[in-house]
Design a protein around this ligand. Structure first.
Ligand SMILES: Nc1ncnc2c1ncn2[C@@H]1O[C@H](COP(=O)(O)OP(=O)(O)OP(=O)(O)O)[C@@H](O)[C@H]1O
Length: 323
């Protein structure tokens, strides 16, 4: 069953030079019980996409499309309703989670403020829950009485994870939560996210990262974004073992291989630069960098074609409707 269905979503930024088309007709769904990964290079629209589901503030503008979450359209929901579901049904661990907590308040006061806003009245119960959850992420109960500045970066990260999930949201969005961490801490964070799902604290997770190798470890399905559009989407194993889009293949080739020294690896960077989202080119947005470019690529926008069960890619090489 789908928890979230995003249909042809367009989220732009209004700038003096025109609209930056950061998310430009993106569709996908997130099912109950799955980790859904979103990957792509810096600037492809990952953060814009997930933040637009939570809160849209200028210069971000919703230009079209829907995001149906548990029967409600997040795009047209009023502010009161969106505040009501925040933390209790839909929650985000932001990209800069280490600095996301209010520095002037103790952790226990931060959680009390947000729990009270959602109708909680028993502070003792809430603090008991906080201590249990702190223990779950291997933090001492004393952390409840500390200010965020008294915690190390890694501890603050875990405290933010506790705050974001304390009220058991159905869908948790983790936006680049591991990018500032060393490999060991990354593993701990990923294990914790899995644990949150296993014990039913959250039902589903959207995990955003520029690192496809990480998604191999955590995600059931993956969506690859390129310049505000879906390049490929499907089961993680399929995408990693049989990538159908030239961009996905290049992303995979750019990952370092285990057990081979850097100087012996031929790491292929992706040639060229991402296109401007102010004036994206006609046709496929990847054609300026694509090793398999054909004439029609600069003319016609490729549609998503099914290349395997539940596995779709948008590339003229794949034929189908695009021929
Ligand atoms: N406030 C803004 N005003 C104008 N353009 C913006 C704004 N914020 C982001 N953009 C542009 O929107 C596009 C998508 O940015 P976004 O941050 O969503 O990408 P991303 O894939 O999450 O990248 P990163 O991993 O670096 O955060 C980029 O071209 C970016 O320059």
């Amino acid at each position: 069953m789908s928890l979230l269905t995003v249909d042809n979503l367009k989220i732009y930024y209004a700038t003096p030079r025109g609209h930056v088309k950061a998310v430009d007709g993106v569709s996908f769904d997130v099912r109950e019980g799955e980790v859904f990964g979103i990957a792509g290079e810096s600037g492809c629209g990952k953060s814009t996409l997930v933040h637009s589901l939570i809160l849209r503030k200028p210069p971000m503008v919703h230009m079209g499309g829907k995001a149906i979450f548990k029967g409600m359209d997040l795009m047209t929901m009023d502010e009161r309703e969106s505040r009501r579901i925040r933390y209790t049904e839909l929650s985000i661990i932001p990209q800069y989670a280490m600095n996301a907590l209010n520095p002037t308040k103790k952790i226990k006061d931060i959680v009390w403020d947000l729990a009270r806003e959602h109708g909680h009245t028993d502070r003792g119960e809430l603090e008991k829950l906080l201590r249990e959850r702190l223990a779950m992420v291997k933090l001492s109960p004393k952390v409840a009485d500390m200010y965020p500045v008294e915690l190390s970066g890694g501890m603050r990260q875990r405290a933010t994870m506790v705050v974001s999930t304390l009220l058991n949201p159905d869908l948790l969005i983790a936006d680049e939560v591991t990018s500032a961490l060393d490999v060991t801490t990354q593993r701990v964070v990923i294990e914790l996210l899995h644990h949150f799902m296993e014990v039913g604290i959250v039902k589903s997770i959207i995990f955003v990262t520029h690192d496809l190798a990480l998604l191999d470890k955590i995600a059931d399905r993956v969506m690859i974004l390129y310049a505000g559009k879906v390049a490929e989407i499907g089961p993680t194993e399929e995408i990693i073992s049989s990538p159908a889009h030239p961009y996905t293949r290049l992303l995979l080739d750019s990952l370092p291989k285990m057990g081979v020294q850097y100087r012996r690896q031929k790491l292929k960077g992706i040639p060229g630069y991402p296109v401007s989202l102010l004036n994206p080119p006609k046709g496929c947005r990847f054609y300026t960098r694509c090793p398999n470019v054909m004439d029609r690529c600069g003319e016609l926008e490729p549609k998503l074609v099914e290349v395997g069960p539940g596995h779709y890619a948008a590339c003229h090489l794949l034929g189908g409707e695009n021929q």
